[in-house]
Design a protein around this ligand. Structure first.
Ligand SMILES: [Zn+2]
Length: 368
């Protein structure tokens, strides 16, 4: 019998009700919103409103839903959430359409959560795994992580227009690949450790299978997707990578749980230079550290290093933005803070700061 209070052996799987992806998919926003109600809020920052307000409004009008745009100021703080909820007062919205990168989507989730209405997410970049998930992150005024909130359900729908994503900067797609590449390994570790997923349940066989598919997809289609991005035109390989970055990556972390790679973002967020690097690039580096801790065979490590090098994922702290050769203090800080993340317990053995420092030092030495 387990010694903690978590219900034993309860497997839980959660997902959005609908996932729609393809060039021009934005036109699905209206019919999807109209199936919920006749009044929608569109929450996005000024840049994203410029990009899609007209198309979303037209699609909703045609379907019989009226859209009120609310401009998100850019940082998800309790005060900004209050301001948006206040602006929504009296509008009797039936649904929130949350559009943008990670933050715009999280702002829309926060408002939908407060208003107790469903949310439709519309990611305009494929840089992270947030759009399918029920989780959003709130920061304080100094941009420090304040809390991770959970909506009662996943988004009602996720609408991914790949014609928009094909025009996004390469670095953002790379970050999405970095966020996704860890999943197979984090899900496997969490599963082996019987760790909880984001529904406080055990992972399913489905989560493990999706994690395998996510990794295979990245290896098979990344080169083609980056070439398509260069041409700024949709292609099958880009569709495959967007699905891996948004759908598979999101389903994997939420249903399979996380481990060392994501725990590393705690430490990386405290070092100069690496602190402000994109989440997915931090995770890509964290995955390398996890592989070291797992004692992966040299041939696997060499293959992964070659993959990272070819596409431009960070292989060491300096490539991730640290403005100096890492000192012992840098490595200690990184190891100690990483160990404060709860997901770090989802590993096949209990890790110490020494284990982490050694893995980081070995990684840094291997990629000089
Ligand atoms: Zn992530």
């Amino acid at each position: 019998m387990p010694t903690d209070t978590r219900p034993a052996a309860r497997r839980i799987f959660g997902a959005p009700l609908r996932y729609i992806q393809g060039p021009g998919a934005l036109s699905e926003t209206g019919p999807t919103a109209a199936a919920i109600g006749s009044r929608a809020l569109l929450i996005a920052d000024a840049f994203v409103l410029d990009l899609l307000e007209e198309a979303v409004t037209a699609s909703c009008r045609q379907a019989g839903t009226q859209v009120t745009p609310l401009r998100f100021a850019g940082e998800i703080t309790p005060a900004e959430i209050e301001r948006l909820v206040g602006a929504a007062h009296g509008l009797q919205a039936d649904v929130v359409i949350a559009a943008g990168g990670g933050k715009g989507i999280d702002a829309g989730k926060a408002v939908a959560h407060r208003l107790r209405v469903p949310v439709i997410t519309v990611p305009t970049i494929a840089s992270n795994d947030a759009p399918t998930s029920k989780i959003y992150v709130v920061y304080d005024e100094q941009h420090r992580l304040l809390k991770v909130e959970h909506m009662p359900c996943n988004p009602h729908a996720v609408i991914v227009d790949t014609a928009l994503i094909a025009r996004a900067p390469r670095k953002l797609l790379l970050a999405g690949i970095g966020d996704a590449i860890s999943k197979k390994f984090e899900v496997e570790q969490c599963h082996a450790a019987q760790g909880p997923n984001m529904f406080a349940g055990l992972g399913t066989r489905a989560a493990l299978a999706l994690a395998d598919l996510c990794f295979e997809t990245l290896l098979a289609h990344t080169d083609g997707a980056l070439a398509a991005l260069e041409r700024q035109s949709p292609a099958d390989s880009l569709e495959a990578i967007v699905e891996a970055n948004v759908l598979l990556s999101g389903l994997c972390f939420e249903n399979g749980g996380l481990s060392v790679a994501h725990s590393m973002t705690r430490g990386l967020s405290a070092l100069p230079g690496t602190a402000h690097e994109l989440h997915g690039l931090q995770v890509a580096y964290g995955t390398m550290v996890q592989w070291h801790l797992e004692d992966r065979p040299p041939a696997f490590m060499e293959e992964m290093r070659a993959f990272y090098r070819r596409i431009g994922l960070p292989l060491n702290l300096q490539q991730l933005g640290l403005p100096r050769t890492p000192t012992d203090v840098d490595i200690d800080t990184l190891a100690t803070l990483t160990l404060t993340a709860p997901h770090v317990r989802n590993f096949n053995r209990v890790l110490t700061a020494h284990d982490l420092s050694q893995a980081i030092s070995a990684l840094e030495a291997a990629t000089l």
